[in-house]
Design a protein around this ligand. Structure first.
Ligand SMILES: [Zn+2]
Ligand SMILES: [Zn+2]
Length: 344
């Protein structure tokens, strides 16, 4: 089969590699129908995720059709259309029993394109198939469910739920990439009074308005606008969706006393925590990797038409053009790429 293979920092190619095989009784093999690229894949290519070994097939967000099942798989059949969660779950360990699949101690967690071969490929081996895949309901397209693999649950769980967004809150989201917009989509489910989204790129601010932001701001105007919206108190919830020290520190500045800072960003460098200012403000700060336990809830909302994930797709490619898709996604500032969809 062909696949996007990581060859060390800065190096990748669309290579011929051996087909994946059933390795464990609970595995299935999936023919990949639709797949996308994540900002995390770019971090890997920059060398920020040293656990990813050269030779690894990249990618962790896909929808596909099961073509083979291990003898221990109970609830999946050849021919099933499935969404692959970016997080694999053994379903049995203490973390999985608490719904914290991202922390799975039974051999799951973030595996695809990280610790095992990923899904930017014609075929993929999927471990723990019963507890790590979701059947795609009839009537929903691949594109409607694909972003449930990672960005929608990440924005919702790590941003909105960790940040305890409540009705009438003023929510400030820093970063209007796919994750920031996914947090925006999730925050709107809770009837906030106002959601303001900050991003230096004008095209991304425009996207935030299309996704329902009440206002947008360039980073330099943010403090002033949040102060104006809240009589100087600060935002009830700030959501960090970038992953650099400046944006985390800005979230800690924009939050009100007693408010919540929910960090989603994947940080490669230490950020300064101004505890000397924050301690007396009763600020709650959360961080986390997604567990994807909300996929069924979000799938219901998509099926009911309450969330329209198709709006995330900015570019479409054939899977064979994966290198072109990477180039377009990596140059988002020029191409205005949001999510690039690759289909078989
Ligand atoms: Zn991702
Ligand atoms: Zn587990």
């Amino acid at each position: 089969m062909r696949a996007v293979v990581f060859h060390g920092p800065g190096e990748k190619s669309w290579d011929q590699v051996p087909d994946p095989k059933i390795d464990d009784d609970e595995d299935v093999i999936v023919e990949v129908d639709s797949v996308t690229i994540c900002g995390t894949d770019l971090h890997i290519l920059e060398g920020d995720v040293p656990e990813v070994a050269p030779g690894r097939v990249l990618g962790h967000e896909a929808v596909g059709t099961i073509v083979e099942t291990g003898v221990g798989v109970r609830n999946r059949r050849v021919g099933d259309r499935v969404l692959l969660s970016c997080i694999s779950a053994c379903g049995r360990c203490p973390s999985c029993r608490r719904g914290q699949y991202g922390l799975c101690q039974g051999g799951g967690g973030w595996l695809f394109g990280h610790l095992i071969d990923g899904v930017q490929a014609e075929l993929a081996r999927v471990p723990f198939a019963d507890t790590s895949t979701h059947l795609v309901p009839d009537g929903l397209s691949d594109e409607q469910v694909l972003y449930l693999a990672d960005i929608l649950p990440t924005g919702y769980e790590v941003g909105v739920l960790n940040g305890h967004v409540e009705p009438a809150d003023v929510v400030a989201i820093v970063g209007a990439g796919p994750i920031g917009l996914a947090a925006l989509v999730g925050a709107q489910l809770y009837s906030p009074r106002h959601v303001i989204v900050m991003d230096p790129a004008e095209a991304r601010r425009a996207a935030a308005l299309r996704f329902g932001a009440d206002s947008v701001a360039a980073p330099a105007e943010a403090s002033h606008l949040v102060a104006k919206l809240t009589d100087g108190r600060g935002a009830d919830v700030t959501i960090e969706a970038v992953g650099i020290p400046e944006t985390f520190e800005q979230c800690c500045t924009l939050v009100r006393a007693g408010g919540r800072v929910a960090n989603i960003g994947v940080h490669g460098k230490p950020a300064t925590l101004h505890l000397e200012e924050l301690w007396i403000k009763d600020v709650t700060i959360t961080t986390g990797l997604v567990d994807t336990f909300t996929i069924p809830t979000l799938l219901d909302l998509i099926a009911a038409g309450r969330i329209d994930p198709g709006a995330f797709t900015s570019h479409r490619f054939a899977l064979d053009d994966a290198m072109k898709a990477y180039d377009t996604f990596a140059r988002a500032a020029e191409t205005n790429a949001m999510k690039v969809l690759m289909t078989r």
